[in-house]
Structures are given as structure tokens and as C-alpha cells.
Design a protein around this ligand. Structure first.
Ligand code: ATP
Ligand code: FE
Length: 353
């Protein structure tokens, strides 16, 4: 099978074509960071407008590069949730128009589920069921993944995500935006001294099994606004924020490991924890999570950073897995109405999480 995947849930627009033998035949991503830098953040309307301008070109380039005619594709997989509605609509509209025109199956993809299965694209030895920790700009989720359409959520964020927390602390400190604010924070934290960064710790109350990054964010906002920080203090502050976010993640994770053990939840003998989402690009966080997992006898698997942040490979890959397992999620070409007035996001309803 050959599947074309479209991702446009947030500020990036991406397209990829993947075949059953795990080959990425083509992949394109357009990141709208220039506009964001000028506006100081994501503008949903602007992201969608930019997405609409670039999507046709990205699809054409992928088809050209992989030397595939649209009618030779087996299906179009597209992110239908969660995300910014206007941006999602860009991808869904394109997917539906291609599916109608070339009589292709359409596969609605849950963006977070795609993050979770992304490592299977590179590593066929990762088998279901496995645990996954998804840490990104909008979410933190710990889930038991039993199959490409069988997810069981064990823990979820209550307020704010680790990515948003680190991004906003970094932005409040005035750090530059290259790829993500949080990446600048990680870089600056490397310059911190072990004694120095302890100055800023005062773990916020109510750190428990829930993911709540709001308290952490407010704690650091207060330090930034109320102390007379010198530029020399910034590396220590970055390291401290990174530490606190990590400690919170590791605590929740260890509770889940204990639960899985106590309830004798079935996993493969090679017990695997997949850690994915943009925050998993952080080396410090990777290191700490690996240690906690090792302690509980789990193997940790991190996709390479390019597959951790938003991309279309993961969308195409989950589409392919769903297609090959004959999942109910696949909408067959014959079931896609030709009626142009069909609400484009209706396919989302097929997949309540
Ligand atoms: P979601 O997947 O929840 O819808 P998203 O798609 O915006 O959100 P991703 O693209 O997966 O999220 O990840 C982006 C997040 O990853 C941003 O919040 C960003 O700050 C964070 N991130 C990227 N690089 C790093 C890093 N080096 N350290 C920590 N966080 C990082
Ligand atoms: Fe994402």
C-alpha cells in the first residue's frame, strides 16, 4: 500500500507519502515561524491562510518526488483532531477533494495517536501493546496502546502542557524563537551551574499524579516578574524550570509504572515505553525519563527529534497501519459523498477518543 498523509493541525503544514515497506517516498514541511516571530505567537487565522497557500504545492512536490500518480495512492490520511479548527480544515479540505477526485479511501487521524505510533515507522520490533508518554505543545498523555485504533488513556494533563509551560517561561524571559522557545531554554540551561540552579527551586504545591503544569508556570512567572534578575541568572532559571517540569513528568510516570505492575496489565515481554511529542526532543528530559523507566524495567524508545515534533510521516504511517488492519476508521472511497456541501470536518465524528 501507499498512503499520502497530511498534517495541518497547528502552525505547520506537512505532507508525506509512505509505502508499506516503511519507506518514506517523499516528505515536505512548511513551518510558518517568520510570521510567528513578527506576531509574537501563533495566529490561527494566519496559520490557516498560509497553510492554504502552500498545501497544493507540498502535495504536488511529494507526488513528483515519489513518482506516483494520485490515482495510484491507496488512501489519504489526514489529521482531523485535535488542533486549531481553521488549520485542520485546510488539510481535511485538501484530503477530501483528492479522495473524491481520485476515488481514494480517506483516513481520519487523531494527531496524538499518530505521535504515539510514530516510532513504529522506523523500528518494526516495537510491538503492541506498549505504553506511551506523549508530551507536546498541547498535551501530556500517558496511554496504553493496544493497536493502531485501540488506545487506553492512563493519565492526562489537567492544566497546561509541558511544552506550553516551557515555551511561555522562555518567552517571558525574553529568549529568542528559533525553532521553539523551549528549545532556546534547553540550550541556555546547559550553561547553568549545579549550585546555581537550586536557588530557584521551590516546588509548587500539589505536585501529584495529575499533570498540572500551570502551577509550575506561575511559579516561574513570579520569579521572572518579582525578582531583579540579571542576565547571568537566566541559565540557572532555565535549568530550574526544566528540572521542575521533568520532576513532575517523572513522578506521574512512576505512578503509572506502579499501577501497570500492580494491576498486571499485559505488555509484551520487552516492556516498552514510547516517548513522543515535541518536548521529547529535550535531551535532559529524555535522560531523566530513561532512568525512571530503567528503574521499573522498561525500555524507552524516543523517535528522532524530527519525528517528535509535528510531521506528516506519522500521519501517513498511522493511516497505513489502519488501512492494513482493515480498521473501522477507514472511510472507503464509495462512502465519501460527492456532495460538496458536506461539512468537511464530519469525518472527525468517526473517532471519539
Ligand atoms: P500537540 O501535538 O499537543 O497538538 P503541537 O503539535 O504544537 O501540540 P509538537 O509539535 O508535538 O506540539 O511539539 C511542540 C512543542 O514541543 C512546543 O511546545 C515546543 O516548545 C516543544 N519543544 C520543542 N523542542 C523542545 C525542546 N528542546 N525542549 C522542550 N520542549 C521542546
Ligand atoms: Fe503535535
Amino acid at each position: 500500500h501507499v498512503v499520502l498523509g497530511i498534517e495541518s493541525s497547528c502552525d505547520d503544514t506537512a505532507v508525506a507519502i509512505i509505502s508499506s515497506d516503511r519507506k518514506v517516498l517523499a516528505s515536505r514541511i512548511y513551518s510558518d515561524k517568520i510570521v510567528q516571530r513578527r506576531l509574537g505567537g501563533i495566529s490561527p487565522k494566519m496559520s490557516a491562510t498560509v497553510g492554504r497557500i502552500v498545501i497544493d504545492r507540498l502535495v504536488d512536490e511529494c507526488l513528483d518526488e515519489s513518482n506516483i500518480r494520485p490515482s495510484d495512492l491507496d488512501a489519504i490520511a489526514v489529521t482531523t483532531k485535535p488542533g486549531l479548527l481553521l488549520s485542520l480544515k485546510v488539510g481535511v479540505d485538501k484530503a477530501l477533494s483528492m479522495a473524491r477526485r481520485y476515488y481514494l479511501d480517506a483516513i481520519p487521524i487523531h494527531h496524538m495517536r499518530a505521535h504515539a505510533i510514530a516510532p513504529r515507522l522506523l523500528d518494526p520490533t516495537i510491538e503492541y501493546p506498549f505504553l506511551c508518554l506523549l508530551i507536546s505543545g498541547g498535551h501530556s498523555i500517558i496511554a496504553l496502546v493496544k493497536g493502531p485504533d485501540d488506545f487506553y488513556i492512563l493519565g492526562e494533563t489537567q492544566k497546561k502542557s509541558p511544552g506550553e509551560c516551557l515555551d511561555r517561561i522562555a518567552r517571558e524571559m525574553g529568549l529568542p524563537l528559533k525553532t521553539h522557545f523551549a528549545a532556546a531554554l534547553e540550550e541556555l540551561a546547559l550553561k547553568s551551574s549545579p549550585e546555581g540552579y537550586l536557588r530557584f527551586h521551590k516546588l509548587p504545591h500539589r505536585m501529584g499524579s495529575d499533570f498540572n503544569f500551570n502551577n509550575i508556570m506561575i511559579h516561574y512567572f513570579n520569579i521572572i516578574h518579582k525578582s531583579n534578575l540579571l542576565s547571568d541568572d537566566l541559565p540557572d532559571l532555565c535549568a530550574s524550570a526544566q528540572f521542575t517540569v521533568t520532576a513532575h513528568l517523572c513522578k506521574a510516570l512512576s505512578l503509572v509504572f506502579e499501577y501497570v505492575e500492580k494491576e498486571k496489565i499485559f505488555l509484551t515481554t520487552k516492556k516498552t515505553l514510547i516517548v513522543s511529542g515535541g518536548v521529547a526532543a529535550n535531551k535532559y528530559i529524555r535522560g531523566c525519563i530513561t532512568k525512571v523507566s530503567e528503574y521499573y524495567g522498561f525500555n524507552t524508545c524516543f523517535p528522532p527529534p524530527k519525528l517528535c515534533t509535528d510531521n506528516a510521516e506519522m500521519i501517513a504511517w498511522l493511516g497505513l497501519e489502519l488501512l492494513e488492519t482493515n480498521s473501522q476508521c477507514v472511510i472507503r472511497a464509495k462512502d465519501i459523498p460527492m456532495n460538496a456541501s458536506m461539512p468537511p470536518l464530519r469525518i472527525e465524528d468517526r473517532w471519539p477518543i
